[in-house]
Design a protein around this ligand. Sequence first.
Ligand SMILES: [Zn+2]
Ligand SMILES: [Zn+2]
Length: 122
Amino acid sequence: MQCPKCSGSMELVSYDKIEVDRCTDCGGLWFQPEELRALRDDIWMADYVIDSGDKSAGKKANTQRDYSCPDCNDTMLQESDHEQSHIIYESCPNGHGIYLDAGEFTDIVHKTFWDKFKRAPK
Ligand SMILES: [Zn+2]
Ligand SMILES: [Zn+2]
Protein backbone atom coordinates (compact mmCIF):
# COMPACT_ATOMS: atom_id res chain seq x y z
CA MET A 1 0.00 0.00 0.00
CA GLN A 2 1.16 3.53 -0.82
CA CYS A 3 0.73 6.59 1.36
CA PRO A 4 -2.25 8.53 -0.03
CA LYS A 5 -0.50 11.83 0.73
CA CYS A 6 3.14 11.50 -0.21
CA SER A 7 3.18 8.16 -2.11
CA GLY A 8 5.75 6.76 0.31
CA SER A 9 5.45 3.12 1.21
CA MET A 10 3.29 2.12 4.15
CA GLU A 11 4.45 -0.42 6.72
CA LEU A 12 2.23 -2.44 8.99
CA VAL A 13 2.63 -1.67 12.67
CA SER A 14 0.71 -3.61 15.26
CA TYR A 15 -0.31 -2.88 18.77
CA ASP A 16 -2.07 -5.58 20.74
CA LYS A 17 -4.33 -7.17 18.12
CA ILE A 18 -4.74 -4.06 16.05
CA GLU A 19 -2.80 -3.40 12.88
CA VAL A 20 -2.31 0.06 11.44
CA ASP A 21 -0.51 1.19 8.30
CA ARG A 22 2.17 3.80 8.81
CA CYS A 23 3.99 5.75 6.11
CA THR A 24 7.75 5.27 6.22
CA ASP A 25 8.26 8.76 4.76
CA CYS A 26 5.83 11.21 6.36
CA GLY A 27 4.75 9.10 9.35
CA GLY A 28 1.06 9.37 8.47
CA LEU A 29 -1.26 6.69 9.87
CA TRP A 30 -4.06 4.86 8.11
CA PHE A 31 -6.69 3.44 10.43
CA GLN A 32 -9.72 1.31 9.86
CA PRO A 33 -12.56 3.23 11.53
CA GLU A 34 -13.10 0.51 14.14
CA GLU A 35 -9.37 0.39 14.94
CA LEU A 36 -9.26 4.08 15.65
CA ARG A 37 -12.30 3.73 17.89
CA ALA A 38 -10.73 0.87 19.83
CA LEU A 39 -7.41 2.62 20.24
CA ARG A 40 -8.73 5.98 21.32
CA ASP A 41 -11.10 4.48 23.87
CA ASP A 42 -9.10 1.71 25.44
CA ILE A 43 -5.39 1.86 24.91
CA TRP A 44 -3.97 5.28 25.57
CA MET A 45 -0.42 3.95 25.53
CA ALA A 46 -0.83 3.06 21.88
CA ASP A 47 0.44 6.41 20.71
CA TYR A 48 3.97 5.69 21.91
CA VAL A 49 4.07 2.56 19.80
CA ILE A 50 2.20 3.62 16.72
CA ASP A 51 2.45 7.37 16.33
CA SER A 52 6.22 7.61 16.20
CA GLY A 53 6.45 9.76 13.08
CA ASP A 54 8.23 13.09 12.96
CA LYS A 55 5.78 15.74 14.20
CA SER A 56 7.18 18.49 12.00
CA ALA A 57 6.73 16.27 8.94
CA GLY A 58 3.19 15.66 10.16
CA LYS A 59 2.49 19.38 10.42
CA LYS A 60 3.72 19.84 6.88
CA ALA A 61 1.65 16.90 5.62
CA ASN A 62 -1.38 18.33 7.41
CA THR A 63 -1.52 21.24 4.96
CA GLN A 64 -2.23 18.77 2.17
CA ARG A 65 -5.91 17.96 2.38
CA ASP A 66 -6.92 17.19 -1.14
CA TYR A 67 -6.20 13.55 -1.91
CA SER A 68 -7.92 10.25 -2.56
CA CYS A 69 -8.66 7.12 -0.59
CA PRO A 70 -6.04 4.45 -1.38
CA ASP A 71 -8.80 1.83 -1.58
CA CYS A 72 -11.53 3.38 -3.73
CA ASN A 73 -9.93 6.56 -5.08
CA ASP A 74 -12.80 8.76 -3.91
CA THR A 75 -11.85 12.15 -2.54
CA MET A 76 -11.26 12.06 1.19
CA LEU A 77 -13.56 14.16 3.37
CA GLN A 78 -12.29 16.53 6.01
CA GLU A 79 -13.46 15.97 9.52
CA SER A 80 -12.59 17.60 12.77
CA ASP A 81 -12.30 15.64 15.95
CA HIS A 82 -15.54 15.88 17.92
CA GLU A 83 -13.72 16.57 21.16
CA GLN A 84 -10.89 18.69 19.84
CA SER A 85 -11.97 20.76 16.89
CA HIS A 86 -8.43 21.94 16.11
CA ILE A 87 -7.54 18.44 14.97
CA ILE A 88 -8.46 18.06 11.32
CA TYR A 89 -8.18 14.70 9.67
CA GLU A 90 -9.56 13.06 6.57
CA SER A 91 -11.76 10.02 6.17
CA CYS A 92 -12.98 8.01 3.21
CA PRO A 93 -16.63 8.80 2.36
CA ASN A 94 -17.14 5.03 1.89
CA GLY A 95 -15.73 4.07 5.27
CA HIS A 96 -12.46 2.49 4.14
CA GLY A 97 -10.31 4.34 6.58
CA ILE A 98 -9.18 7.45 8.38
CA TYR A 99 -5.86 9.14 7.75
CA LEU A 100 -4.04 10.94 10.54
CA ASP A 101 -0.82 12.89 10.11
CA ALA A 102 2.10 12.18 12.41
CA GLY A 103 1.35 13.57 15.86
CA GLU A 104 -2.42 13.84 15.41
CA PHE A 105 -3.16 10.48 16.94
CA THR A 106 -1.09 11.41 19.99
CA ASP A 107 -3.13 14.61 20.28
CA ILE A 108 -6.42 12.73 20.12
CA VAL A 109 -5.43 9.99 22.54
CA HIS A 110 -3.93 12.26 25.17
CA LYS A 111 -7.00 14.45 25.36
CA THR A 112 -9.13 11.35 25.72
CA PHE A 113 -6.91 10.09 28.51
CA TRP A 114 -7.04 13.32 30.50
CA ASP A 115 -10.77 13.54 29.95
CA LYS A 116 -11.20 10.10 31.44
CA PHE A 117 -9.03 11.14 34.34
CA LYS A 118 -11.12 14.25 34.98
CA ARG A 119 -14.35 12.32 34.74
CA ALA A 120 -13.21 9.62 37.17
CA PRO A 121 -15.36 9.48 40.31
CA LYS A 122 -13.78 10.96 43.42
ZN1 LIG B 1 3.40 9.62 3.54
ZN1 LIG C 1 -12.37 4.48 0.15
